[in-house]
Design a protein around this ligand. Sequence first.
Ligand code: PXP
Length: 238
Amino acid sequence: MKRLGVNIDHVATLRNARGELHPDPLFAAKYVKKIGADSITIHLREDRRHIKDIDAKKICSIKGLLVNLEISTNPKIIKIALKINPDFVCIVPENRKEITTEGGLNLIKNKLKLKKIIKRFKKKRIRTSLFINPSLNDIKIAKNLDIDCVEIHTGYFSNLIKKKRNYSKEFDRIKKCSLMANQSGIEVHAGHGLDYKSTKILSKINQIKEFNIGHFIIGESIFFGLSKVIKNFKKIIK
Ligand code: PXP
């Protein structure tokens, strides 16, 4: 059974555009769970452009809600994450000027730093994931880092589909990485840029256990409503 994680960062983006309280990400987190999401994802970015510390703290304290907190390797962010104690963390690269997370982590460059961070989260029994590019070498490094999960960056794959270009090579890359990770005892997740079509195609890969989707869900909900859109995704990944 594949799971759907819903990223609600852009509820906060919309709220922040007015500088007031509506729409409330806390309400979104509870609502999204009620209508079928298996977990919610929030990204506490260093520039706090959407989710703020108080949102993360309140959302992580909702009983019965599984929260996946995306974080960079910034020591201040790590300290906050350890304090608010989410169920899951996903470590992502972060670059101030990017519009969204542009690629996976550089595991070679950050191996030692990541090893120390992973140890701290595992000690608190927080499921820990690394956001990586679909690269077999990165899966090997991830295995050495004793990670619970990897989330494969599907941005490039999603763009090929949106531009109606040939995606078979990228699909094979994602599939091979998923197989190798699974054989190494690492749970496989997928995320970034996904819509109905790209999710449907990737759902054919049995080893992918979780999809984390944000921008498309929130955007599509303007027209069709969150409930309908989440139900559609649940059907697609079933
Ligand atoms: N997974 C990770 C690790 C991300 O950084 C993001 C973007 O915040 C997503 C999934 C969701 O991407 P999108 O909003 O394009 O669906």
